[in-house]
Design a protein around this ligand. Structure first.
Ligand code: URA
Length: 210
């Protein structure tokens, strides 16, 4: 049997019931090392979904998506672009933090990107969330979020900042892809340019929302 969260996803559940069930998900091995499941949050009636990759260190500790440094940057970029983060449903393609521990750097937990297999295992949660929210627009943040919707051939650089059709399964009016806010944080001397690009893509999303 392939790894999958499907057996853990209750039928006909609302978002609160899904979140409660996701807390016990053992659909792939990532639950073993993570502190907790980090499920999506926001109004069920949200017009826009912000879709990230997976929780980071802070999110894993606090149990909420995008509360760490990347989340702070995303909040600022959304404000600048005219998207209210509090009115968005915010979630991740993978609901557990994947990391390696570096003994040399004081046991720091270093983020590790999820594999396609882990993305696929977690997909039933995302499909269920989107089925309930039915957003007008999904904003994918980074390559992994894009791959969660479009598969492994997705290239964020090729399609960013345009309005794409959403795959039927995800029940959204459209998709705008952009880079992950962590990529801005990692951009060092080109950080301003990377940030401006993120805001510009988010403005495309804000305009599409009208
Ligand atoms: N990065 C993500 O992709 N999601 C989070 O929730 C935090 C950091």
């Amino acid at each position: 049997m392939p790894e999958s969260s499907a057996p853990f996803v209750p039928e006909d559940a609302d978002l609160d019931e899904l979140r409660a069930a996701a807390a016990d998900c053992e659909g792939c091995p990532l639950f073993r090392d993570a502190t907790q499941t980090v499920f999506g949050e926001g109004p069920p009636s949200a017009r826009v979904v912000l879709l990230g990759e997976q929780p980071g260190d802070q999110e894993d500790r606090q149990g909420r998506p995008f509360v760490g440094p990347a989340g702070q940057l995303l909040l600022r970029a959304c404000e600048e672009a005219g998207i209210d983060r509090d009115e968005a449903y915010v979630t991740n393609a993978v609901k557990h933090f994947k990391f390696v521990t570096r003994e040399r750097s004081g046991k720091r937990r270093i983020h590790k990107p999820p594999t396609l297999r882990e993305l696929t295992a977690c997909r039933p949660w995302l499909v269920s969330e989107l089925h309930l929210v039915k957003p007008e627009l999904i904003i994918t943040l980074g390559a992994t979020a894009g791959k969660a919707l479009y598969g492994s051939g997705f290239r964020v650089t090729e399609v960013r900042g345009t309005v794409l059709d959403a795959p039927d399964e995800f029940e959204a009016g459209g998709v705008v892809a952009t880079i992950h806010p962590s990529a801005v944080l990692r951009a060092d001397e080109r950080r301003e340019e990377a940030y401006a690009g993120l805001v510009s893509d988010l403005r495309v999303a804000a305009e599409a929302l009208g």
